[in-house]
Design a protein around this ligand. Structure first.
Ligand code: IPM
Ligand code: MG
Length: 366
């Protein structure tokens, strides 16, 4: 059966990096005899400009009937002022997809690359060998606040608010996936929260602890306050294996983890609605780089395609069960970097196309 993929380039550099990942997908899927049924559509700003909506009902429908979505990036200053009635998911095409597909578990992988050590702000000895997964809860918390608003008070001043809330069910289902991911790695989880201040944080710590005790006694669990976790990630990046974070802290920590790789442009993610014991994710999953739409370099052909290419590799791993092919793509990326190919964000001169072609050449030769 063919893998049904919907590619949504989105805005800014999004379409360029998605195109790059599709070139690699073509070669990689052919090499393992995987049939891919590919559709493409517009998302967020690009959809707004064409259709006057951030996401069309047809697109949502196509998404629901796909195995996997490849999403480039969304957003740009020209759409920031648009306010649609309804919750946070109505304000953003990608947020809408996360919400509708209930992809609550975002796996954001960050690792150091030997050849890029001097592109990081760290001394090589501190960051060498760092390899971590930031697990970000993606469908709840402050970023999907049901209680939110902006109002003008009697004295004329304004008040904006977004209620950060989590239920024990939301925390538990996310924690289970996090612990399962850790079990397949080094078995070490650091759960982050601000339980010293927030009630939602207290519940987070309690529920993560309960899930660990009852279902994952074999996984080592440490609780850290999120501010200290951020500091520790700078000082001892190699000490982390899997980090469990809510939607907001996970957004921050996953960008911070980009520093370990040498550029945010290197980071990939898989956003899953479930995690199979083995085999493929059941529902529709979203694969997207952690970086944004970078409007300042859009259309120049200079964007780093690696975050998107590695996200596509995560698609092969989780939605097609093609684990060794995914590993081979990562090895091809590393070989291309080692051969001296680099885009400008990682200190090189190659454009998106040259970088992608170098990765494809390495893939073919591995
Ligand atoms: C991310 C991005 C998104 C987020 C934006 C584009 C809504 O920053 O995926 O990390 O905040 O979730
Ligand atoms: Mg982010």
């Amino acid at each position: 059966m063919a893998l049904k993929v919907l590619a949504l380039g989105g805005d800014g550099i999004g379409p360029e990096v998605v195109d790059a990942s599709l070139k690699v997908l073509e070669v990689a899927s052919a090499s393992i005899g995987l049939a891919v049924d590919l559709s493409e559509d517009l998302l967020h700003g690009a959809a707004w400009d064409r259709y006057g909506t951030f996401i069309r009902p047809q697109t949502l429908d196509m998404a629901r009937h796909s195995d996997a979505l490849l999403v480039g990036a969304v957003g740009g200053p020209q759409w920031d002022h648009i306010v649609i009635s309804g919750g946070p998911e109505e304000q953003d095409g990608l947020m809408k997809l996360r919400h509708e597909l209930d992809v609550f578990a975002s796996i954001r992988h960050a690792r150091s690359w030997e050849v890029l050590l001097d592109q990081t702000p760290f001394s090589p000895g501190r960051v060498r060998g760092a390899d971590m997964v930031v697990m970000r809860e993606l469908c709840g918390g402050a970023m999907f606040a049901r209680t939110r608003g902006m109002e003008i008070r009697a004295n004329g001043s304004r008040r904006g608010y977004d209620l950060n809330e989590y239920s024990s069910e939301e925390i538990a289902r996310f924690a289970r996936i996090g612990f399962e991911v850790a079990r397949r790695r080094k078995g070490q989880v650091v759960s982050v929260d601000k339980s010293n201040v927030f009630m939602a944080g207290k519940l987070w710590r309690e529920v993560v602890g309960e899930v660990a005790n009852s279902e994952f006694p074999d996984v080592e669990l440490t609780h850290l306050y999120s501010d200290f976790a951020s500091y520790r990630m700078c000082c001892h990046p190699t000490s982390f294996d899997v980090i469990l974070a809510d939607n907001l802290f996970g957004d921050l920590l996953s960008d911070q983890a980009g520093a370990i790789a040498g550029s945010l442009g290197m980071l990939a993610s898989a956003s899953l609605p479930d995690l199979p014991g083995d085999g493929c994710v059941q529902g529709t999953a979203i694969y997207e780089p952690v970086h944004g739409s970078a409007p300042d370099i859009a259309g120049q052909g200079t964007a780093n395609p690696i975050g998107m290419i590695l996200s596509m590799a995560m698609m092969l791993q989780y939605s097609a069960g093609a684990v060794s092919c995914a590993k081979k793509i990562e090895a091809a990326v590393e070989a291309a970097l080692n051969a001296g190919f680099a885009t400008q964000d990682i200190g090189g001169r190659q454009g998106t196309g040259e970088m992608t072609d170098a990765i494809i050449r390495q893939f073919r030769s591995l």
